[in-house]
Design a protein around this ligand. Structure first.
Ligand SMILES: *Cc1c(COP(=O)(O)O)cnc(C)c1O
Length: 421
């Protein structure tokens, strides 16, 4: 086993070295500060803190734990909850879900019954699998109905959606997506939710960090009852999940999380998330605003280089994502693979007009700028990146040659910014 052990330790090093020399532009990933990484390797990762929350004293949560030894962690979790509530204007936060998909499952279990419907976007239009029968929604026996989508606006068609909602009467109306360029019409559809007695759920998996910095929509102010999220996409925390809600729903959500679905809630993730919350409170506005600026800069530079970037008329994007139709230059798979050879890491992506069976070679690519923003890149680097992408996709230059230039850009941006390290 000693050899296999050595191999594995070598692979850890190889991954660190490789991805530190890449332009990491997967829209759902990020890198964390040294302090968050410290939390992830800390003793909290060895422990349990099963239990429901007790009452509050001096604004801090008390806990009813089942095991001993949680004295220190209780303080950490209380801070995580309090900061979440402040940052996101939530009445209640629960950090128990261990991923975004599990947070969605908690919402479904707490708020719907088997056989109910949920409304969301279809997968090609940007909906996440956890909004559908093949994943978390299916576990709870829920059936999905899709909002009509306006391909030009890359958004939900509000009037058509109203008509659909009045007819289908879903129990939970889901907003938020994985292909997510513009804020969703929460405000516009809140009244319809009241009319049909639906709960409004906002899935902020992708945009939690932008919301934290005040640079995307404000779900609770716009009418959301529940917000679920991953804690590691634009929000620069450890991989994990979180769910927040109005007080009206807090018992149902807490019970669905524990004992409903979770036993251990990955305490190291809660600690890392709390630290990331302090970073976002202090630096979140700057980070989020630079992220959106970088996405716009990359999009317009790509557009100038001849790429078919979506939504030119709308300024391309209001999020961390840039979406490009590459169907006439070989399709998403070929482009994503050739970029990877040059150490530019992105993903192929269905576009709203693609049939589901094109998943292995869809029309689009999705690029996220949040991670490279987090290590300090700004508009000039976005322009350089766009040019490298054009030389790969349009000029047929060899990936090996581009890879050296990628390394040269990247070597000046290795340390996480927007943190206390
Ligand atoms: C990524 C994503 C999720 C799932 O989050 P995980 O943390 O990967 O489980 C849920 N919803 C949306 C919209 C997502 O993009």
């Amino acid at each position: 086993m000693a050899d296999t052990y050595k191999d594995l330790m070598g692979l850890l090093d190889e991954q660190e070295k490789w991805r530190a020399s890449c332009l990491n532009m997967i829209a759902s990933e990020n890198v964390t500060s040294g302090s968050v990484r410290k939390a992830m390797c800390s003793d909290f990762g060895h422990r349990y803190a099963e239990g429901l929350l007790g009452g509050q004293v001096n604004g801090l949560q008390l806990f009813e734990r089942f095991y001993q030894g949680t004295r220190v962690f209780d303080r950490v979790e209380a801070i995580a909850m309090k900061l979440s509530e402040e940052i996101f204007s939530a009445e209640h936060a629960n950090i128990v879900p261990i991923s975004g998909a599990v947070a969605n499952l908690v919402a479904y279990k707490g708020l719907a019954k088997y056989g109910d419907k949920v409304s969301g976007l279809s997968i090609p239009a940007g909906g996440h699998i956890s909004h559908t029968k093949v994943s978390s929604a299916g576990v709870m026996g829920l059936n999905e109905v899709a909002y009509p989508f306006d391909n030009e606006e890359m958004n939900i068609d509000v009037d058509a959606a109203k008509a659909m909602l009045l007819k289908e009467r879903p129990r939970i109306m889901i907003f938020g997506a994985s292909l997510f360029l513009f804020p969703h019409p929460l405000k516009e559809l809140r009244e319809t939710a009241d009319e049909i007695g639906a709960v409004v759920m906002y899935d902020a998996a992708h945009v939690l960090g932008l919301i934290a910095g005040g640079k995307f929509q404000k779900p609770f102010q716009e009418g959301a009852d529940v917000m679920t999220a991953s804690t590691h996409k634009t929000f620069p925390g450890p991989q994990g999940g979180v769910i927040m809600c109005r007080n009206e729903y807090n018992k149902k959500i807490d019970n669905a999380a524990f004992p409903g679905l979770m036993s251990n809630h990955h305490l190291h993730h809660v600690a890392g998330y709390a630290i990331a919350c302090t970073e976002m409170k202090e630096y979140g506005e700057k980070y989020a605003s630079q992220t959106v600026k970088n996405a716009k800069a990359l999009a317009s530079a790509l557009y100038e280089q001849g790429f078919k970037v979506l939504c030119e008329k709308k300024g391309f994007t209001e999020s961390h994502q840039v979406v490009v139709d590459v169907s006439d230059i070989g399709g998403g798979r070929k482009i994503a693979e050739s970029f990877e050879e040059a150490n530019i890491i992105i993903n192929k992506n269905l576009l709203p007009w693609d049939p589901l069976d094109r998943t292995s070679n869809p029309s689009g690519i999705r690029i996220g700028v949040q991670e490279m923003t987090h290590v300090g890149m700004r508009e000039p680097q976005m322009k350089e990146i766009a040019l490298l992408m054009k030389r790969l996709a349009y000029d047929g230059e060899k990936p090996e040659k581009i890879r050296d230039e990628v390394g040269n850009i990247r070597k000046n941006y290795v340390k996480v910014q927007y943190c206390f390290d």
